[in-house]
Ligand binder design. Sequence first.
Ligand code: ZN
Length: 75
Amino acid sequence: MTKARVETCSYKGCAEAVAYVLELNGKRFNICRNHYRELLRRLEEKAKEYGSASLSELNPTEVEGGVRSFKYRKG
Ligand SMILES: [Zn+2]
């Protein structure tokens, strides 16, 4: 029996299945549903502050074993 390889969230320590793939700086990051919601909430706050905000303006903080966080960076 072969085990299907399920892609999991890129967040360090998160083992949830990927729900969304985010492409930043030519790299692909897997985001699970919970973390995706979290990112969207953050973007909503930034959109209020700056007028607009998009996922492409997130900047990943990479650590060994995954991504620690995505920081918002305008422009
Ligand atoms: Zn996750």
